[in-house]
Design a protein around this ligand. Structure first.
Ligand SMILES: [Zn+2]
Length: 253
């Protein structure tokens, strides 16, 4: 299948999905087996009319709340609009049942973000998943990302998503007394990027580590569109305010 998927790994204790096997190589499915509702290349249309009081309904409510209130999501949505890639809730998001190991994914073939309604139960988790996947969508929008064959593009986007989505902030809250904050954040970003890649690509851990290390410095330094690493909601709010002011400034020229 000539499709590709960047995925969002649950932050709970998870193992890589595809350990490299000895003997005959397994066929590459780009992680699609983790998303059983996804088959073929047609995108799924979200429907507001779907039954009430279901996971799907709850997923749609939490998604709307994230889009309306999370400064991370608001900044990314605004940045994509500015870049000519406006995101529409019903077209670009899909709530689906997934494999128990993933919380979300970005389907580059359809430019659609998958939210795993059976694995996301809290608003804070939804906000992080939406932000993480929007960073992939942002990268997909601003550059012609070759998710399929150039492994470095996937690695770079996973590094950026782990660095900028707050995925590693929660861990930092818990561990900041045990580690230097900066070093721990970098280590967290590196290991989360590795885990995400290993979940969707059949490559060895050594190969994944080699590629992540090759692109790490430049991708870790790339904070677009935040302009800084948003370590907290407050940081993200400031980044959003700066972005809006920058827009206003350009509009006045
Ligand atoms: Zn990802």
């Amino acid at each position: 299948m000539a499709q590709s998927r960047a995925e969002e790994d649950d932050y709970r204790n998870k193992q890589p999905m595809h350990e490299q096997q000895h003997g005959e190589p397994k066929q590459e499915d780009y992680g699609y087996s983790l998303y059983p509702e996804r088959s073929g290349s047609k995108y799924k249309q979200g429907s507001i009319g779907e039954s009430l009081f279901t996971f799907k309904h709850k997923c749609h409510i939490m998604l709307q709340f994230a889009m309306d209130t999370s400064p991370y999501a608001k900044l990314l949505l605004a940045a994509m609009r500015t870049s000519g890639c406006a995101v529409h809730k019903d077209r670009h998001f899909s709530c689906e049942d997934c494999d128990g190991t993933v919380s979300g994914g970005f389907d580059a073939a359809t430019s659609q973000i998958v939210l795993c309604q059976n694995n996301i139960h809290q608003q804070a988790h939804m906000n992080r998943v939406v932000t993480h996947e929007l960073i992939h969508a942002f990268d997909h929008c601003r550059a012609r990302v070759d998710w399929f064959t150039d492994f470095r593009h996937l690695a770079c986007s996973e590094i950026r998503a782990a660095n900028l989505s707050g995925d590693c902030s929660f861990v930092n809250e818990v561990s900041r007394f045990n580690f230097g904050l900066k070093e721990h954040h970098q280590e967290c970003v590196r290991s989360r990027a590795l885990r995400s890649i290993l979940a969707v690509r059949k490559v060895s851990r050594e190969e994944a580590e080699r590629v992540v290390d090759e692109v790490f410095d430049s991708c870790f330094r790339d904070h677009a569109p935040f302009g800084r690493i948003p370590h907290s909601k407050k940081d993200a709010k400031f980044a959003y305010r700066d972005f809006e002011n920058r827009d206003r400034y350009y509009a006045n020229l």
